[in-house]
Design a protein around this ligand. Sequence first.
Ligand SMILES: Cc1cc2nc3c(=O)[nH]c(=O)nc-3n(C[C@H](O)[C@H](O)[C@H](O)COP(=O)(O)OP(=O)(O)OC[C@H]3O[C@@H](n4cnc5c(N)ncnc54)[C@H](O)[C@@H]3O)c2cc1C
Length: 482
Amino acid sequence: MAEKFDVIIIGGGIYGITLAVEAGRRGLKSLLLEKGDFGEYTSFNSLKIIHGGLRYLQSLDLHRFKESIAERSWFLKHLPKQVIPLPCLMPLYGRGMKKPSIFRLALWANHFLSLDRNEGLAPDHQLPAGSIIDARETKKLFPQADMDGLQGSALWYDAFMPNSQLLVMELLRHACRTGATAINYCRVQSFLTHSNGLIKGVMAVDRATGENHEYRAPTVINSCGPWSRKMISGLADDAGALFRPSLAWNVSFNRPALSTHALAVQGKAPGSRLLFVTPWKGRIFAGCGHEPWLRGPDKPMPTEKQLAHFIEEINLAIPGVNLTQSEVHRVFAGLLPAAAEGSNVLTKREVIIDHGAKGGPEGLYSVGGIKFTTARLVAEKIWEMIGKKTPGLLSSPTAMPILGGNAFPSDAGASQQIEWANRQDGTIVHLDDLVLRRTTIWEQSDTATLTAASAALGWDATKAARELERCATKLQPLALEP
Ligand SMILES: Cc1cc2nc3c(=O)[nH]c(=O)nc-3n(C[C@H](O)[C@H](O)[C@H](O)COP(=O)(O)OP(=O)(O)OC[C@H]3O[C@@H](n4cnc5c(N)ncnc54)[C@H](O)[C@@H]3O)c2cc1C
């Protein structure tokens, strides 16, 4: 007998998880199906910045600016243990728009257009107004700043999620407390429809046992990120706009951070973008590299040449830093939606498709998101759209509580984290689920810690050995394409 739900959400990245959170707030029983582990792919690899949208002021995109400000406040308010203020600094050399006079105006607008940004936030999470500081103060905050022609810096505040994987899991646990059922390592294979064209549910395979399962719901949402087009291939509408992939990556280096501030530095090579060099766990964490991507969604990774070029861009932008490939701690890569096929220029807006309105199954929706920051808002937009089509389906959203963070303190040792995660979580299937996504122990994981983690999961010797091998592969700092 097929299990029945109000909605089936396919894909357990931040978009699928926030859809489940917002479904729970509206009284719906959702089923979230994830082919790997929750938050394992794009959502694991972001630069971890919750963007307030200062850059959207440059293009006078006030709508996007306001949306980003509101979502940043939402994260700072509801996940205070996982999201913290991030001071940012951009050295200004007077080139183009990067002049102190222009930035003074931009920071003034940034402040006055977001006067409500601190409403309801804990005092230590409130974001002060930005300012322009002079070259001497810049040097104090960023000793390696290029002083040649430096006219000062723009200083402003954004938000950062140092352990974004724990944030994802915390939101997932909240979704499950409010009516969601979440199953990982379960791949959706196909859609099921009624003879009148209404969606009936999905067929999915449990990857551990190979068993097929039928799940039913009158609403199905495809939030498969880079796989979203593959998921709907064969359906009768133009899926192209949903997700045209481009490659993006960040790199953490085994080198102490250059500043307590996130540094926004302009690349100097022709066509270079703004680079963000942030302090993360005491290290340099730099992003983003962008390249076109013409292959399938699995295993996105820059080539050795692309990575070398990216490191060279940072070295040119920050004279004297001289980073090398041998210092790479880890490459975090993923696919983002581009404006056109084969381009590395990113699209500016999320895409939501109501397949029923375009000749596909009625009750099936797809989403192509662009930012971690706005995932929850997009979930809200989808539910508003569905609510309008199906009056009476949704209850008024209940208030979102402030989530308390993990039960282990941020400086908890490996054994404390392992014990807590293991006790909390019924979704640990593989050792890397525990090591990479439910704790922070992957950052310094040594063989003894991994063996202890595997012992805590109570596996027999054969399974433990297999899992240790799998985990070692997942912990590889980079698996560069040739
Ligand atoms: C390098 C980089 C840096 C970034 N930096 C930032 C940043 O600083 N701030 C910001 O706001 N955003 C940032 N982003 C963007 C942000 O990370 C993404 O917008 C977001 O993570 C996308 O989430 P998602 O849920 O759509 O995709 P994913 O996290 O990829 O989730 C999709 C899920 O669907 C699952 N799936 C696919 N097919 C199936 C199937 N058949 N059955 C079941 N499950 C399936 C996949 O396994 C996957 O887990 C960055 C992105 C990249 C790549």
